[in-house]
Design a protein around this ligand. Structure first.
Ligand SMILES: *[C@@H]1O[C@H](CO)[C@@H](O)[C@H](O)[C@H]1NC(C)=O
Ligand SMILES: *[C@@H]1O[C@H](CO)[C@@H](O)[C@H](O)[C@H]1NC(C)=O
Ligand SMILES: *[C@@H]1O[C@H](CO)[C@@H](O)[C@H](O)[C@H]1NC(C)=O
Ligand SMILES: *[C@@H]1O[C@H](CO)[C@@H](O)[C@H](O)[C@H]1NC(C)=O
Ligand SMILES: *[C@@H]1O[C@H](CO)[C@@H](O)[C@H](O)[C@H]1NC(C)=O
Length: 673
């Protein structure tokens, strides 16, 4: 969707300055998104120290990856016991509610959020709900009512997997409170976002919870200063009195978009929409075409506050400022293996994010199972830091018996300097693995694998089948280089080669005996296709199969969002007749990459990981594209074949009017016998 990349691009321009100021990090990728945790409020450091005080560390010191100790918690209909006595083990997610958070209030009142929980919670997953507040008994009953009401006309099975504890977090008496406290976080939808009102007649400020408009809709950002607050009614028409002030606007009568647009036109510096009495706080977002229009000012939703409304009615000056107060974490995950896990960032108030984390636990469990299968494993990197121009480099002696296997997979993972996600690099970047086994060979330093880093999450682990590239191992001793942009913060990489057999009898499978390197990508501008010449080739003697193998990703952001957020297509025309085509049709779609969590895309990253992209997702390997073209070529070894690559945007040559994007491509013909 165009809207996303548009608003995204603007956000990025805004952020880049900040990043340079604050972190001294150079940024030149448009795949990046601002993470509020880079700009912690002054109180954050203090509270972190408090939460991490020595005493708490001594009591538990539990970190992500540690085994969750056994516990039991009273719930409305009995007791929740972990580990479950039945032995059946799926993930267990713990969510602690507090009505002090407008984000959680919305999470629990939004129909679509509750529906997502009831309909799409993965089938093996249990959720334990607790409350931080004194009202924990009422909260447990209310949360249960919310899901029961939502489940009324739907499948009821899920209800047996949702458990509600009437005991507040501060009385649990087990390790759960200290993990929630010590994994505290701050920033978007984590911690407590608040609006602070002051007025001349008041002795005390009025401080209430707020929910900022959808992160990827409005690019505006509240600054630390005080704003004057001006009543603008329902803001369904522009109102010049709000110039240079924050508009106080009632919900209803027109869309959130209309209100914010009117107030932006009236030169307001921001918008505070207050609920009508009795209504819950909602997730302010744009709909459809609205999202094409950047509005440029921040907005948030709060409850209607009588003292504020009254003061404004009596013509008293009211000021508002915005703050974020740290709070214990709202979520803890326990995977199938019993390991504790952070649950990442919920980009908007929806239980979808809970489901995605659980889906990823399932992916991870399947991966662990596969990794226990017998294989010849050649370690390359074991928790090696990858950073700078050099990246991570290792020279490895390959065992001679690799010829006895027909599958080669890369087992790669990217973790962070500490076990917490907040030590992870904040931006998404391309990671490439190059291999050189014979410095004199044309195959030296060809690309063997490609991944894209996650936005600040250290759980990525992937298995990528690169079997056709075995001819790159044309010597026993090979040097592997894995790197990303030199200015990225360090990732800790692990990589091994896994050799296995797809068949009991190896003579039943063909062996890739040589490769031919084809095309690389480049700047995706109107000259893009003019740079490519047809390649002529004859098929080597005794070849039984010819395969096209390409790893293609689109990056950057021109006026059409190319190549990251636009639909590009890539064509390898064989002998002028066979148009082998790969289309990145989910690029720019709202949930294109969220739909890949089951295949290993890291969920709940601290950025816009959900959108589909040009051939890739954040926190995922780039899957090689493989096409058997044996029937398209002359196999006699006498006639020359021709092959030509071209890349299109919208079925035509790209023709951006500004900031052309670029395509990263390694492509090969693989010959099997
Ligand atoms: C949460 O707080 C809002 C107002 O702050 C209130 O209207 C609502 O009833 C509360 N919900 C629960 C479950 O306590
Ligand atoms: C509101 O803010 C303005 C500017 O910072 C300040 O002069 C004024 O005294 C404030 N009024 C109140 C009631 O806080
Ligand atoms: C602006 O909003 C105020 C408060 O609702 C209202 O009294 C005034 O009439 C509005 N002005 C316009 C031009 O709508
Ligand atoms: C493997 O297959 C080949 C050819 O298909 C056959 O000649 C050979 O006997 C088989 N080996 C075993 C161990 O089955
Ligand atoms: C290949 O297919 C694409 C669309 O899928 C089309 O735009 C292009 O013209 C075709 N090229 C040839 C040479 O057939």
């Amino acid at each position: 969707m165009r809207n996303m990349f548009l608003s995204l691009t603007l956000v990025l321009c805004f952020i880049t300055d900040h990043l340079i100021q604050i972190d001294g990090v150079r940024v030149n990728s448009h795949n990046l998104i601002y993470d509020e945790r880079l700009f912690p409020l002054p109180t954050f450091g203090q509270s972190t120290i408090e939460f991490k005080s020595k005493r708490i560390q001594q009591i538990t010191g539990l970190e992500p990856g540690d085994t969750a100790p056994a516990f039991s918690v009273p719930i409305l209909d009995g007791e929740f016991v972990y580990p479950p006595l039945t032995g059946l083990k799926g993930p267990v997610l713990i969510h602690a509610f507090t009505n002090k958070s407008a984000f959680l209030e919305c999470l629990w009142n939004s129909e679509s959020s509750l529906t997502d929980l009831v309909q799409d919670l993965p089938e093996n997953t249990q959720v334990l709900f607790v409350s931080f507040d004194d009202s924990s008994v009422g909260d447990a009953l209310w949360m249960r009512d919310q899901v029961h009401r939502t489940a009324l006309h739907r499948k009821k099975e899920v209800l047996s997997r949702l458990h509600f504890s009437p005991v507040p977090v501060f009385s649990l008496g087990n390790w759960i409170p200290s993990v929630l406290y010590s994994w505290a976080c701050s920033g978007h939808n984590c911690g407590l976002s608040q609006a602070v009102f002051t007025s001349t007649g008041w002795k005390m400020p009025v401080i209430i919870k707020r929910l900022d408009a959808r992160y990827d809709w409005l690019m505006g950002h509240w600054s630390q200063r005080k704003y004057q607050l001006i009543d603008a009614g329902d803001a369904c028409t522009p109102n010049s009195s709000v110039a240079d002030a924050v508009a106080w606007v009632s919900e209803g009568s027109c869309s959130f978009f209309t209100k914010v647009k009117n107030m932006a036109q009236s030169k307001a510096t921001g918008v505070l929409v207050h609920t009508l009495p009795g209504n819950p706080i909602q997730d302010m977002n744009c709909v459809g075409d609205e999202c094409y229009t950047p509005l440029g000012i921040p907005a948030a939703m709060v409850h209607s506050e009588p003292s504020v409304t009254q003061a404004l009615q009596y013509g008293q000056q009211v000021n508002v400022s915005f703050q974020s107060t740290p709070y214990p974490n709202f979520f803890i995950g326990i995977d199938q293996q019993g390991a504790l896990s952070e649950m990442g960032w919920f980009l908007y108030p929806s239980f979808k994010f809970l489901n995605w984390q659980a889906q990823w636990f399932d992916f991870s469990e399947r991966l662990q199972t596969r990794l226990r299968d017998p294989a010849l494993v050649v370690p390359v990197f074991e928790k090696v830091q990858m950073q700078g121009q050099i990246g991570a480099v290792a020279t490895v002696d390959l065992p001679t018996d690799i010829l006895g296997f027909d599958i080669l997979e890369l087992d790669a993972s990217l973790s962070c300097p500490s076990r917490r996600d907040d030590s992870c690099p904040p931006w998404d970047h391309t990671v490439q693995l190059f291999v050189c086994c014979d410095p004199l060979s044309p195959f030296c330093n060809m690309e063997l694998g490609r991944w894209i880093t996650a936005f600040r999450r250290g759980i990525g682990h992937w298995l990528t089948d690169v079997s056709p590239l075995r001819p790159l191992f044309n010597n026993e001793r090979c040097t592997f280089t894995m790197k990303t942009v030199p200015w990225a913060m360090p990732w800790v990489v692990s990589l091994s080669l896994r050799f296995t057999n797809s068949r009991a009898n190896l003579s039943d499978s063909l062996y890739p005996f040589t490769l031919m390197s084809l095309y690389n990508g480049g700047t995706f501008d109107k000259e893009y296709n003019k740079r490519y010449e047809p390649i002529k080739f004859t098929v080597p003697a005794s070849t039984k199969k010819v395969e096209l193998y390409a790893v293609i990703t689109g990056h950057g952001s021109d006026n059409n969002g190319c190549g990251e957020f636009c639909v590009t297509s890539h064509h390898f025309l064989v002998n002028g007749a066979f148009n082998n085509t790969r289309v990145f049709d989910s690029a720019g779609s709202a949930l294109g990459c969220a739909m890949q969590v089951g295949e290993g895309a890291v969920p709940n990253e601290h950025g816009t990981w959900l959108y589909g992209r040009g051939g890739w997702c954040d926190g995922l390997q780039v899957n090689p594209w493989r096409v058997d073209i044996t029937t398209q070529v002359d196999m006699s070894g006498i006639e020359a074949n021709t092959l030509l690559y071209f890349g299109l945007y919208n079925g035509q040559d790209p023709n951006p009017c500004q900031d052309p994007g670029y395509i990263v491509m390694f492509s090969y013909l693989v010959f099997y016998k």
